[in-house]
Write a protein that binds this ligand. Structure first.
Ligand code: IPD
Ligand code: CA
Ligand code: CA
Length: 275
C-alpha cells in the first residue's frame, strides 16, 4: 500500500472508532442544524479533527478541504489536497440507522490519486490508488458485469436539502424505476459509490452533492473498471455536484434515460462547472 494511502486508512479508522464509540450513546449527543434537514453533531467535528491531525502530522504541507472546517492550507502552494467527509450520512448516524461512512480522498495536481471510504459499522474498508486498483479490505474490486439496465439494482439519493431540482429528479426516478429491478437510497453517498465499485449496485445517480461526498467514491469506481461523470457523462461531477456512475454499459444506459429530463438549469450548472 502506498504510504499516503496507509496514512489515510489510519485517519479513517481513527474517525471510525470515534463514530462507533459515539453510536453507543446517541442520546448524549449535542446536535445542531446547519440548514433545513442538515444536521451536525460534535462527532462530525471530532472525527474531522482526528483525520486532519493524522494527515497533517505526516504531511504538514498538504492542503485540506473538509466538510466541517472548510479549506486549510494553500492549494497554490501545495500540489496535494485532501478532501474529507468525516461522517457521510449524519442523519442516519443520529437515528441509529447503520449506513454511514468516513470518506477521505487525495488529489495530486488536481487528479484523484488515493481514496478511502470506511464503513465503521461493518468494518468495511474500501481503498483505491490511481493505477493500482480498488479493494474492499484485501479483496480486489470489479464493477458489476450486468449489461442490461432491466437486470440492475440502482442506487440514488433523494433531494432533501436543496429542492431546486426536485421535479426533474422525480421525473428521472419515475422513468428509471420500471426499467430496473430496484432502486435503493440508503443515505451515504460515499458508501453508495463504494458499493458501485464493489458491484453491489450496478449504477448510481444523484443531484446536489458536495465534492467531499464523491471524491473518494469516484476513484474507487474508476479503479474498479467503472465510469463516473455528470448527468451528461462529462467529468464535472465534483464541481457540479451532479453524478452518474456505473459499469461502462450501465453508465451509458442510465445517461440515456436521464437525458430527456435534463432541465436548462441542470445543464447550466454542468456547463458552469466545466474547466
Ligand atoms: C449526505 C449523504 C446523503 C446525500 C446528501 C449528503 P452528509 O452527506 O451523502 O446520502 O444524499 O446529499 O449531503 O451531510 O450526511 O455528510
Ligand atoms: Ca456527506
Ligand atoms: Ca458529513
Amino acid at each position: 500500500m502506498h504510504p499516503m494511502l496507509t496514512i489515510a486508512v489510519k485517519a479513517a479508522r481513527r474517525a471510525g472508532s470515534i463514530i462507533n464509540q459515539a453510536s453507543q450513546n446517541l442520546d448524549l449527543l449535542t446536535v445542531s442544524k446547519k440548514s433545513h434537514s442538515d444536521f451536525v453533531s460534535e462527532v462530525d467535528g471530532a472525527a474531522e479533527q482526528a483525520i486532519i491531525k493524522t494527515l497533517l502530522s505526516s504531511y504538514p504541507d498538504h492542503a485540506i478541504l473538509a466538510e466541517e472546517s472548510g479549506h486549510q492550507g494553500d492549494t497554490t502552494q501545495s500540489e496535494y489536497q485532501w478532501i474529507i467527509d468525516p461522517l457521510d450520512g449524519t442523519t442516519n448516524f443520529l437515528h441509529g440507522f447503520p449506513k454511514y461512512s468516513v470518506s477521505i480522498a487525495l488529489k495530486h495536481k488536481d487528479v484523484l490519486t488515493h481514496a478511502v471510504v470506511y464503513d465503521p459499522t461493518n468494518n468495511e474498508l474500501f481503498t483505491a490508488s490511481r493505477g493500482g486498483g480498488a479493494y474492499l479490505n484485501n479483496k480486489r474490486l470489479r464493477v458489476s458485469k450486468r449489461i442490461r439496465l432491466e437486470d440492475c439494482l440502482i442506487g440514488t439519493g433523494l433531494p432533501f436539502r436543496d429542492l431546486t431540482h426536485m421535479d426533474a429528479y422525480i421525473a428521472m426516478l419515475v422513468d428509471i424505476i420500471p426499467r430496473t429491478v430496484g432502486i435503493r437510497r440508503p443515505g451515504s453517498a460515499a458508501l453508495d459509490l463504494a458499493y458501485v465499485a464493489a458491484g453491489r449496485y450496478d449504477g448510481f445517480w444523484e443531484i446536489g452533492l458536495a465534492p467531499w461526498d464523491m471524491a473518494a467514491g469516484c476513484l474507487l469506481i474508476t479503479e474498479s473498471g467503472g465510469l463516473v461523470g455528470d448527468l451528461e457523462g462529462n467529468a464535472t461531477q465534483l464541481e457540479s455536484g451532479q453524478i452518474v456512475a456505473g459499469s461502462p454499459k450501465i453508465f451509458g444506459q442510465l445517461l440515456q434515460v436521464i437525458a430527456p429530463h435534463l432541465t436548462p438549469e441542470l445543464i447550466a450548472a454542468q456547463k458552469a462547472a466545466e474547466k
